[in-house]
Write a new protein. Structure first.
Length: 396
């Protein structure tokens, strides 16, 4: 399949009174082969791995990395985030005390570990990733403890370390992280920065957000995602706060049901104006910024796909739809705590020129719903660690 060139969204973190904001804006990028579909398929296996399921396909994404740093006119920018074709939102961090090295990481509320590629990682070098040069950091503490994280299609492994992590002007001392010395996968970012609960950590170190709180770097135990697509201003990540100008109406709060993932009880998922509803008596779900799509159990997703006459493509393992039909499709409706949250068909259908597929995936063996960027791109979510809840509202 011949897939067109993509555009990326650039995002910036702007510091503001104890809050650290990430502004997203659109940016086109010189690019030759960018295997979109394989990104989704590789993601599928990463999702499977994340949730303890075995992989279906082994796909090598082979994607070039992107690295961006910069500052805005106020001089308070701390990093830029890139939205890679709506599949991955990632940003820039620095590691190392006196001579910090820069990396792109995916901010992932669906995992709890920070890992970066080591200069000793030959396979990471082949991916084109920025590598952490151990000899350049005099604040690095390396540990003999090994770790390995399986993503389904592959894995990363290496040794535990700690060093000074910098996000904007937030300086986090002794941040434990994984220094990867072997990877079987390539991705658009160098590493991952997990934002879920410590219990989910596979490396066994305190995640960066919890460490920021332990070091009293933030006033509020909150971070918020405002993801936007389809305009030059792509969105915002706020570390240490929330901003009511970025959403409509009050936030609807839902309790975290298990302090592992950002898990909650979803009321139902269906299509507006139809009587098709899944999970009508409620079902478990997680809010996962590190997953591009919405992923659900097989039977439920099949029911939804029938309602919009999507066609299953066995080769791609995706539900396709005639692009001409997008405007006639109903809104996706997710009910949380009695409030309806909507996703426009132009957002839940992923379009590449005249090829379209539905951004809702079924996954064998999955018993919960994974609510990823397809939802977050239209709905603002505040992650409140203090009150163990999430606040959700339609994004501006
Ligand atoms: C090495 O890892 C162990 C187990 O995670 C931890 O107890 C210890 O403090 C670490 N040492 C250093 C120098 O980071
Ligand atoms: C790579 O990491 C593994 C643990 O996952 C460890 O056993 C091995 O010694 C490491 N190799 C190097 C060269 O550091
Ligand atoms: C909230 O967002 C609005 C709109 O982007 C912006 O003008 C305002 O400065 C922000 N407020 C804070 C406190 O960051």
């Amino acid at each position: 399949m011949n897939l067109p060139v993509i555009t990326l969204l650039l995002c910036q973190i702007v510091l503001c009174a104890g809050m650290h904001r990430v502004r997203l804006s659109k940016h086109s990028r010189r690019h030759h082969k960018f295997p979109h579909i394989s990104v989704y398929l590789a993601n599928r296996n990463r999702i499977r791995g994340k949730h303890g399921l075995t992989p279906i396909h082994a796909i090598n994404g082979g994607i070039e990395p992107t690295s961006n740093t910069g500052s805005d006119s106020k001089g308070v920018v701390v990093a830029r985030l890139v939205n890679s074709c709506e599949t991955n939102f990632f940003g820039t961090i620095k590691m190392g005390g006196n001579n910090p090295q820069t990396f792109t990481v995916q901010y992932d509320t669906g995992s709890s570990d920070l890992w970066l590629p080591s200069s000793k990682c030959g396979s990471c070098k082949k991916c084109g990733s920025s590598l952490f040069k151990e000899s350049k950091s005099d604040t690095l503490h390396q540990n003999k403890t090994g770790f390995s994280i399986t993503y389904g299609s592959g894995s990363v492994k290496g040794l535990v370390a700690n060093d000074v992590l910098t996000i904007g002007d937030l300086r986090v001392e002794n941040q434990g992280f994984g220094l990867v010395n072997d990877t079987t996968d390539c991705s658009v970012f160098d590493g991952i920065l997990g934002m879920a609960f410590p219990r989910l950590s596979q490396i066994g170190t305190l995640p960066p957000f919890q460490r920021m709180l332990a070091q009293e770097l933030l006033e509020n135990q909150i971070f918020s995602f405002y993801m936007k697509s389809g305009s030059s201003d792509g969105g915002l990540l706020i570390i240490g706060g929330s901003n009511s100008s970025l959403y409509y109406g009050p936030l609807t709060y839902t309790k975290v049901t298990e302090e592992k993932y950002w898990s909650f009880q979803m009321g139902s998922i269906g299509f507006h104006g139809t009587d098709v509803r899944s999970c009508e008596s409620g079902c478990p779900a997680i809010m996962d910024t590190g997953t591009s799509l919405i992923v659900g159990p097989v039977t439920e997703v099949h029911g939804l796909m029938q309602a919009i006459a999507a066609v299953y493509d066995a080769t791609l393992d995706l539900w396709t739809i005639d692009c001409k039909l997008i405007e006639t499709l109903p809104h996706l409706v997710i009910q949380i705590e009695g409030t309806m949250f909507y996703v426009h068909p132009a957002t839940y259908v992923i379009r590449y020129s005249d090829f379209c597929f539905v951004g809702i995936m079924d996954m064998r063996g999955l018993t919960k719903w994974i609510i990823g960027d397809v939802f977050l791109r239209e709905n603002y979510v505040e992650f409140d660690l203090k009150n163990k809840r999430m606040g959700i509202a339609p994004a501006v």
